[in-house]
Design a protein. Structure first.
Lengths: 170, 259
């Protein structure tokens, strides 16, 4: 029977369709289960969506099915999306953070406060200062709490005059 | 597995549809601003907000679909107007008035976080798990709209006048959000929609009035009249049917098409 590690190694080569990071480093993979079925193995991947109904989910599912299905010894691949436990930016690995930073996307600090929940939050800004991924300056500001995808916000660095993106903490 | 008493299946589906329908139509109304936002950032914002609401509606339609048998697409686009359960406030057009678009979101977003917080405590686990995620995403909407209401209310005399006017007009239909669905008391008693009693209205009104106070805007909010029969029980404004016709134009060409 095929081992979990070689499955994870293949998953690690599958990039997120919208960002330069593997789906493993992004923290999408919750569990990998392998069961024997005759001569081959049945693989069940439990994965967590970053944002509910993210349009990339179907592409990721197809990528996983295609790549794992091509491995010798694997008969069937099942991908299940679940909301429990919830995905969070804290699931992004150190390597993943660095890969995103190089491409101008920053990630909220690990262990920061969770999004306020269930009460009317009347704050006027989202998050605090974010260091620039290019020059490290803290002279940055939020340009827009919305961006090219639902999970990203647009920031601008007044020091090096580059714009960059910051992931939303949900 | 999932514990849902058979006699509560239909009212529970209606509760899910009320939430999904609110999001479907609010999302559609928001999407109408794509390409027309007053500034680039708000064009992006409203397109993104619309995407969020549509994604949330889809997820809620999927939960409803697992109990109802009809597909999520059929639930979204294949019902007759009287089968929808949205509140009047998401039906009215904003006539591309920025203050009306923002004012509507103020009332709806504050209601939505309170409803999602209660869904997150639901005895029906698939809904509770989903609602926790939706609530976290919804916080961004809330902060965005709060920020704008204060900016408009305390900006120029013209921005103040226009947001004041929009809030006054919307305040008359905003309590429509609180009309209960059929058998809502039974759903509350069964733990499927816990805490959705008078306290929820008080919490909503308190949060909205607090924010409006900061924006120096006033509004008269009256509790919903229990005798009023509105969208939650299938009685809609004249605006729903034309909006549905527009949204369903493609779907109706080939209702069983795979997308």
């Amino acid at each position: 029977m095929i081992d979990r590690q070689s499955i994870l190694d293949v998953l690690r080569t599958i990039p997120d369709p919208e960002m330069p990071i593997s789906i493993v480093d992004l923290g999408l993979i919750e569990s990998v289960e392998v069961a024997a079925a005759g001569d081959s193995s049945v693989v069940r991947i439990v994965a967590l969506p970053t944002f509910v109904g993210c349009p990339a989910l179907e592409m990721i599912r197809r990528d996983i099915e295609h790549r794992l299905g091509a491995m010798p010894g694997i008969g069937a691949v099942e991908v299940q999306w679940v909301h429990d436990p919830p995905w969070s930016v804290d699931r992004i690995s150190a390597a993943g953070r660095e890969s995103l930073r190089v491409h101008g996307v920053t990630v909220p600090d690990r262990g920061g406060p969770p999004a306020a929940f269930g009460s009317a939050n009347v704050g006027l800004t989202i998050g605090g200062a974010v260091p620039c991924p290019f020059c490290g300056s803290m002279r940055t500001r939020q340009e827009s709490p919305f961006g090219p995808t639902r999970c990203r916000m647009i920031y601008y660095c007044d020091a090096c005059r580059n714009s960059f993106e910051h992931l939303k903490r949900v | 597995m999932v514990d849902l008493p058979e006699h509560l299946r239909k009212p529970f589906v209606n509760l899910l549809l009320a939430a999904a329908d609110d999001k479907l139509f609010l999302g559609h109304r928001n999407s109408e601003w794509t390409g027309l936002g007053p500034i680039l950032e708000e064009d992006i914002a409203f397109s993104s907000l619309a995407q969020d609401e549509m994604a949330h509606a889809t997820a809620l339609f999927e939960v409803a679909s697992s109990l109802d048998g009809r597909s999520a697409d059929q639930l979204a686009f294949g019902r007759r107007p009287e089968e929808y359960r949205c509140a009047a406030i998401v039906e009215v057009p904003d006539e591309f008035d920025w203050a009306t678009a923002m004012g509507r979101r103020l009332f709806c977003n504050h209601f939505d976080v309170l409803r999602l917080a209660r869904f997150a405590q639901s005895a029906y686990k698939p809904l509770a798990d989903l609602a926790r995620r939706l609530a976290a995403e919804q916080q961004v909407h809330l902060r965005h709209v709060n920020d704008w209401i204060v900016r408009l209310g305390t900006g120029t005399p013209e921005s103040h006048r226009r947001i004041q006017q929009a809030i006054e007009a919307l305040a008359r239909i905003a309590p429509s959000l609180f009309e209960p669905v059929e058998q809502q008391d039974d759903l509350v008693a069964a733990g499927l929609y816990p805490g959705s009693d008078g306290q929820m209205y008080d919490a909503w009104r308190g949060a909205v009035e607090h924010l409006l106070g900061r924006a120096q805007v006033t509004a008269r909010l009256e509790p919903p009249d229990p005798g009023d029969r509105g969208g939650r029980r299938g009685t809609h404004t004249v605006h729903l049917a034309p909006m549905l016709d527009e949204m369903c134009e493609v779907f109706r060409l080939e209702p069983d098409a795979a997308w």
